[in-house]
Ligand binder design. Sequence first.
Ligand SMILES: O=C(O)CNC(=O)[C@H](CS)NC(=O)CCC(=O)C(=O)O
Length: 270
Amino acid sequence: MKSYLAAAIQMTSLPDLQKNLVQAEELIDLAVRQGAELVCLPENFPFMGEEEEKIAASEAIGQQSEKFLKTMAQRFQVTILGGGFPVPTEGGKVYNTCLLVDPNGRELARYKKVHLFDVNVPDGITYRESSTVKAGEDLPPVYASPELGTLGLSVCYDVRFPELYRHLSQKGADVLFVPAAFTAYTGKDHWKVLLKARAIENTCYTIAPAQTGHHYGRRQTHGHAMIIDPWGVVLADAGDEPGLAIAEINPDRLEQVRRQMPSLQHRVFL
Ligand SMILES: O=C(O)CNC(=O)[C@H](CS)NC(=O)CCC(=O)C(=O)O
């Protein structure tokens, strides 16, 4: 594993696939021009809109998202994480799918979001992700990259389930991905502290691309795409406007933190 720059992209996705892909491309371009070799897009990067509209368009969204990720990776010669897009299933629902592709446009790893956001948020908005999304049944994969380290996948609401990240760190993860579209209401109190906890307890870099701002109807997200080091230090935070959090992923720092705090070696129960 080498030292390199990673970027967590922050966008305001709208109910408009083409516009979102243009926005994503501009931000990938910006990240690459700043030297990023690993570029990560948030959950719902290709579409945020009413559930019915998403389902109706899911075939096009799924196909175009996958093609987009592979084209961008090849064009910019970087590894790209597509943090979550709908892929139709047989029963009429979609999998909320996260995809990692290499600079040749080849698929490295794929994960279907397991924990679905069925929550009555105290601001009065009810989320029923399971009404349109079928839960994945498998634990997320890691991809062991000789250059970028061992990369572990997850999506958004998963961040509340530490056992999933324990699984990833047991599989050797050095870097945890948490692409998200966190609600503005939950995000202000929970987002950063959950991400820091996952980074600290697994002594892993944590890369969390995010959605921000107002998308449609009353749907508002928290922003603060960030990259956190294995000690829990926030290396970069994108604030609340579309943009980037960009930081160095450094194997020497990883090794240093794991020497200073060898908690992964002291696990008793898992
Ligand atoms: O709603 C949409 O438009 C698209 N879907 C999402 O953004 C997903 C599923 S509803 N959001 C989350 O998982 C938020 C989790 C979260 O905010 C928390 O855990 O507090």
